[in-house]
Write a protein that binds this ligand. Structure first.
Ligand SMILES: [Zn+2]
Length: 184
C-alpha cells in the first residue's frame, strides 16, 4: 500500500494520492508530513525524507469531493449486505456476488430522475436510489419499487461522506485516527 492520505489544513480527510504526488507537495512546502510509514524513506539525489503515510495541506481548501455511487462504493456504504434481506456477501451461494439495485427502477426514469416513496425527485443513478442487493432479492424485486414488490429496505439510501467509505474499506492503520474524525 503506497497510497497516501491527504488531509485538509484542518486535518479532515480529502482524498488519497500517489506517494510521488505527495512527496511533490511536501517538497514544494504545500503540504506537511503528518504520519509516516515506519522503516521506509524516500531517497533521491537531492532529498531524503520519511515515507509519507498521511500528509496535510498547509492551506485550507474549501472543496469536499463527493465520491460516486459505484458498485464498490455502494457495497462499502451498505456494509456488504443486501439492503433487503440483510444477507452478507460471505453468505451468498458460491459464485454469487452482491449486485446494485435501483430502488425505483430505471424504467421509471424521466430525464434521469425518478420520484422516490416520499415524492422527491431524485437522480435514478444517484446515491439515494441505489442499494446493495443479493441476486435472489434483485431477481424477486425485478422492475418494481420495494412497495410494489412487498419488500422492505433495511437501510435508507443516503449520500455518504468520503471518509465514511474509506473507514469501511481496507486502509492502513495509520490513516484510521484521521478517518474516524469525520466518519462518526
Ligand atoms: Zn437479499
Amino acid at each position: 500500500m503506497s497510497a497516501v492520505l491527504l488531509l485538509n489544513a484542518d486535518f479532515t480527510p480529502l482524498k488519497t494520492l500517489s506517494w510521488q504526488h505527495s512527496v511533490g507537495l511536501v517538497v514544494r512546502d504545500q503540504a506537511m508530513v503528518v504520519d509516516t510509514v515506519p522503516g521506509r524513506r524516500v531517497r533521491s539525489a537531492r532529498l531524503e525524507l520519511p515515507w509519507p503515510a498521511v500528509i496535510a495541506l498547509r492551506r485550507y481548501v474549501p472543496v469536499r469531493p463527493v465520491p460516486g455511487p459505484t458498485r464498490h462504493n455502494v457495497l462499502l456504504r451498505d456494509g456488504h449486505r443486501c439492503a433487503y434481506c440483510g444477507l452478507s456477501h460471505t453468505e451468498l451461494e458460491p459464485g454469487e456476488v452482491l449486485t446494485m439495485d435501483h430502488v425505483v427502477p430505471r424504467s421509471r426514469a424521466v430525464r434521469g430522475k425518478v420520484v422516490d416513496h416520499e415524492g422527491r425527485s431524485i437522480d435514478v443513478n444517484g446515491w439515494r436510489n441505489v442499494v446493495a442487493a443479493c441476486p435472489p432479492c434483485n431477481h424477486r424485486k425485478a422492475a418494481r419499487t420495494p412497495e410494489e414488490a412487498h419488500m422492505t429496505l433495511r437501510v435508507t439510501p443516503r449520500i455518504p461522506r468520503p471518509a465514511e467509505l474509506w473507514a469501511k474499506g481496507r486502509v492502513p492503520a495509520s490513516w484510521r485516527p484521521y478517518l474516524a474524525k469525520t466518519a462518526a
